[in-house]
Design a binder for this molecule. Structure first.
Ligand code: HEM
Length: 152
């Protein structure tokens, strides 16, 4: 196995281990539909664990992707490569710029709210957060398609 092939190997493994959990982060709270605060808080704890895998996988994807570009500089002339890189950096910036400001009020609500009934405020706040998460997922799906098809 060449070093380049080793990078492809790590890249694809990271794609599965990082992007898989990332793509179901919204699903674990919207599809299972927690019925009380205990379940809801637990669902968010599961999301936090999934997010760790996404961060590790995502970092490895970026590092190995750029490394492969330096080893085979032809990739830098390809549209799919440059587009993916730009989209990935945009998705990365979503974290501090769009996701954090929308998840912070939910975490604060969990800290200050004592009842077991899920308050209406949670629905309003979570809708805003999940809307951005859906956009982020679409970006990642586009990148995956670009990676496989390398269309331009
Ligand atoms: C959501 C993020 C990403 C996912 C899920 C992903 C996934 C994949 C997959 C599955 C392949 C194998 C496709 C094939 O060769 O048929 C691949 C190839 C590749 N990826 Fe990514 N990737 C991501 C981000 C990136 C980024 C940000 C870069 C560049 C900075 C990059 C650079 C590459 C390169 C150069 C190859 C081609 C390797 C080769 O065929 O020699 N990837 N990627």
């Amino acid at each position: 196995m060449t070093f380049y092939e080793f990078l492809v190997f790590i890249h694809i493994f990271s794609a599965i281990l990082g992007m898989g959990p990332g793509l179901v982060m919204t699903f674990v709270v919207t599809n299972v539909k927690p019925t009380n605060m205990t379940e809801l808080k637990h669902a968010f704890k599961i999301r936090n664990s999934l997010h760790i895998l996404t961060m590790v996988g995502g970092s490895l994807l970026l590092i190995t992707g750029i490394w492969m570009g330096f080893l085979n500089t032809y990739w830098f002339t390809q549209g799919w490569y440059i587009t993916s890189l730009i989209l990935f950096l945009i998705a990365l910036a979503f974290g501090p710029l769009l996701l954090k400001p929308r998840s912070k009020p939910i975490k604060r609500l969990f800290e200050v709210y004592n009842g077991e009934d899920i308050p209406g405020e949670y629905d309003t706040l979570s809708k805003k957060l999940f809307h951005i998460e859906h956009m982020e997922n679409i970006i990642f799906l586009i990148i995956i398609a670009l990676m496989i098809l390398k269309p331009f």
